[in-house]
Design a protein. Structure first.
Length: 317
């Protein structure tokens, strides 16, 4: 259920350890000064996301007034996996994370006051589309009109339902070839094809696993795996590589379960997958915060039906 003891791949592990919030240590009372400084250098880069400095300041004032209540809303809590009762994974020596309301306000500040000269794909609404969609929805319910996201070229290419015609859950059966294979494992497969057949983009799978790195002590490896000492990684790899490793390398069987989703539901899942691969940092525990728990959270949250997972029964999830 772990990524093994191979050296970490730079791309997914860099994205996996990135902070889930753009402002980590800014106290709520200092955000007014931060906003004023950002307004002095604001240069809108896209028509969709551009707002005037005065309008941005007005919107942020309204967001601040609702931040505590919005950050406690189940839809917002689900996106940060707080329905799992988890605190974000922290590197040793890192500064304390801010509270939920400050996180929400920091996210809104980054979205309404983008860095000068930043490309549209670097906009926070393009990196974290589910958060921006939920924040706009909560704001709209309270009469606060937040602007639409900019045109996100990279996100659109990844999350286009026409490019991903189906999603499958792959259940890798247990094996006695090694200790890590003693339990079953779950992968998420993206079927990349169109009406004319296979495209130039092969199918890919996401392995939801622990970034273990090199562990010279078996006892230390086990202790870290049971206590949440490893960070969670959504590791993208070609389907062919996953089949070679599991079927031939570990002598395990794979069962396929196709998800019956609409095009809109597929896009929601892909958008959340895009976000967690880049922005989410959570701990991985072998028994009760594992591939099954996080896959359940991913699918339920993307489909607006996130369940409350009871830690007492999560072992059997």
């Amino acid at each position: 259920m772990a990524a093994g003891d191979s050296a970490p791949r730079p791309s997914p592990c860099t994205r996996g350890l990135r902070s889930a919030w753009p402002l980590r240590v800014t106290p709520l009372r200092s955000l007014t000064l931060l906003t004023l400084l950002a307004l002095l250098t604001l240069r809108p880069t896209t028509a969709e996301a551009a707002t005037s400095p005065a309008a941005a300041a007005s919107l942020l004032a309204q967001v601040r007034g609702h931040a505590a209540r919005w950050s406690a809303h189940p839809r917002w809590r689900a996106l940060e996996a707080r329905n799992l009762g988890e605190a974000p994974y922290r590197i040793d020596g890192a500064a304390p994370l801010p509270g939920p309301a400050t996180q929400l306000l920091g996210f809104a500040t980054s979205a309404l006051l983008p860095a000068a000269g930043a490309a549209a794909d670097d906009h926070v609404a393009c990196r974290q589309p589910p958060r921006w969609r939920v924040l706009r929805s909560l704001a709209s319910e309270d009469g606060v009109g937040l602007p639409a996201a900019p045109s996100c070229t990279a996100l659109q290419a990844f999350a286009d339902p026409a490019a991903t015609t189906g999603l499958e859950v792959l259940f890798v059966t247990p094996s006695s070839t090694r200790a890590a294979a003693s339990f079953g494992h779950l992968l998420l497969r993206l079927r990349r094809s169109d009406s004319g057949g296979e495209t130039d983009h092969p199918d890919v799978v996401y392995e939801i696993s622990a970034l273990t790195g090199f562990r010279h002590s078996a006892l230390g490896y086990l202790a870290s795996g049971l206590s949440g000492g490893f960070p969670l990684v959504f590791d993208q790899q070609p389907l062919s590589a996953a089949l070679t490793d599991n079927l031939h390398g570990q002598q395990r069987s794979i069962r396929r379960f196709r998800l019956n989703l609409t095009a809109t539901q597929r896009r929601r899942v892909l958008e959340l997958l895009w976000q967690v691969e880049r922005e989410l940092a959570l701990p991985y525990r072998f028994l009760n915060r594992n591939c099954a728990t996080y896959l359940l959270w991913l699918l339920a949250t993307a489909l607006d039906g996130a369940p409350a997972i009871d830690p007492r029964v999560a072992l059997w999830a």
